[in-house]
Design a protein around this ligand. Structure first.
Ligand code: 5GP
Ligand code: ZN
Length: 113
């Protein structure tokens, strides 16, 4: 499958992986938009938020918990951080393998562009 994130998961494209279990991996974004920018993804290839099914409820919850854990480990949990999921064209999604952005280490602006 021609998916960048599936290739990262398989070790075919190098990435700085910070977390891995049988359901989820997390790695550093190649073009960080904050001092800390990580991507938390399901191992299973799901294209977008809109493709989630009832049976994905536990996995999607775990994505958030893994992001929270990484924020603590990276040391920016107390100051706060932002979790973002972009869905399809109007959401600004570029990689069509579901991912949760974890951004920290600076003051975030609101609203996003
Ligand atoms: P999206 O716009 O789809 O929500 O975000 C995709 C993210 O993936 C972007 O922040 C982009 O910098 C990141 N990205 C794209 N290609 C690669 C890659 O090959 N390696 C890593 N680590 N991140 C990537
Ligand atoms: Zn994929």
């Amino acid at each position: 499958m021609d998916c960048i994130f599936c290739k990262i998961k398989a070790g075919e494209i190098p990435a700085q992986i910070v977390y891995r279990d049988d359901e989820i991996i997390a790695f550093r974004d190649i073009n960080p938009k904050a001092p800390s920018h990580l991507l938390v993804i399901p191992n299973r290839h799901i294209e977008t938020l809109a493709d989630l099914k009832e049976e994905d409820t536990n996995m999607i919850g775990r994505l958030v918990l893994v992001a929270n854990q990484i924020a603590s480990e990276e040391g920016f949990s107390e100051n706060g951080y932002r979790l973002v999921m972009n869905c399809r064209e109007h959401g600004g999604q570029e990689v069509y393998h579901l991912h949760l952005h974890l951004l920290g280490g600076r003051q975030m602006m609101w609203p996003p562009g």
